[in-house]
Design a protein around this ligand. Structure first.
Ligand code: AP5
Length: 214
């Protein structure tokens, strides 16, 4: 079972992908995480991508598609959950070609629907571990000791692009570039929508129900 989980910034793609990957034994591929790892490790890719992430803009397609292609080639997975890719129609077209090249198939595109006020609440309250990437939220999922990761003891901080002015830009970028993917996948006949509001465990069950339809 392989699928794309997409939706606006803060919809819960990362949170749900981690739970689903564990449950389904699929590989979780987050292009946002790949970029953040490259930035942390100061690789040439990270140096190219950093300014785009800091501004809340999309990294150019050529760089993003190249990175994903390399990831697929090196991980050699059979089933995957794509989180944060594709983010526009050109990337969705590139994904079709890429999957053919690596001999994989995508079953569904699942859209997480969350209202704007909730997105802003989730993004402004999110905190992440600098060391292991574990995700927290100041109200809904705080770490036991403030600023310290429960899993590895690393520092828990706010993501650079979770500052209010960048959030605004990410939401505009989403509407312009990523929202049109809903129609793209509807036309391809593999589009499913899930209500992304409510408890994480409820949303997880809703997604599993959708996936079982395939
Ligand atoms: P990326 O990391 O993909 O960011 P995003 O799409 O903006 O998504 P987020 O990670 O912000 O949110 P999420 O939906 O994963 O929510 P989460 O589960 O963390 O991309 C970052 C940047 O990289 C982009 O801006 C771009 O520059 C670049 N990039 C990435 N992919 C690219 C591509 N394909 N092309 C070009 N550029 C690309 O949840 C958010 C918070 O809410 C957390 O604190 C969580 O604990 C909490 N939460 C989750 N679910 C619930 C719930 N049900 N109830 C209450 N709280 C919840």
């Amino acid at each position: 079972m392989s699928f794309v989980l997409f939706g606006p910034p803060g919809a819960g793609k990362g949170t749900q992908s981690v739970m689903l990957a564990k449950h389904l034994g699929a590989l979780h591929i987050s292009t946002g995480d790949l970029f953040r790892a490259a930035i942390k490790n100061q690789t040439p890719l990270g140096q190219q991508a950093k300014a785009f992430l800091d501004r809340g803009e999309l990294v150019p397609d050529g760089i993003t598609i190249g990175m994903l292609k390399e990831h697929f080639q090196t991980t050699k997975t059979k089933s995957f959950i794509l989180d944060g890719f594709p983010r526009n129609v050109a990337q969705a077209e590139a994904l079709k070609t890429l999957l053919l090249e690596v001999g994989l198939k995508m079953d569904q595109a699942v859209f997480l629907e969350v209202d704007q006020a909730q997105l802003i609440e989730r993004l402004t309250g999110r905190r992440v571990c600098k060391n292991c990437g574990e995700v927290y939220h100041v109200r809904t999922r705080p770490s036991q000791k403030e600023g310290v990761c429960d899993k590895c003891g690393g520092s828990v901080v706010q993501r650079n692009d979770d500052r209010s002015e960048v959030i605004e830009n990410r939401l505009v970028t989403y509407e312009k570039s990523t929202a049109p993917l809903r129609d793209y996948y509807r036309e391809s006949g593999c589009y499913f929508e899930v209500n992304g509001m409510g408890e994480m465990s409820e949303i997880f069950q809703r997604i599993l129900k959708i996936l079982s339809k395939k």
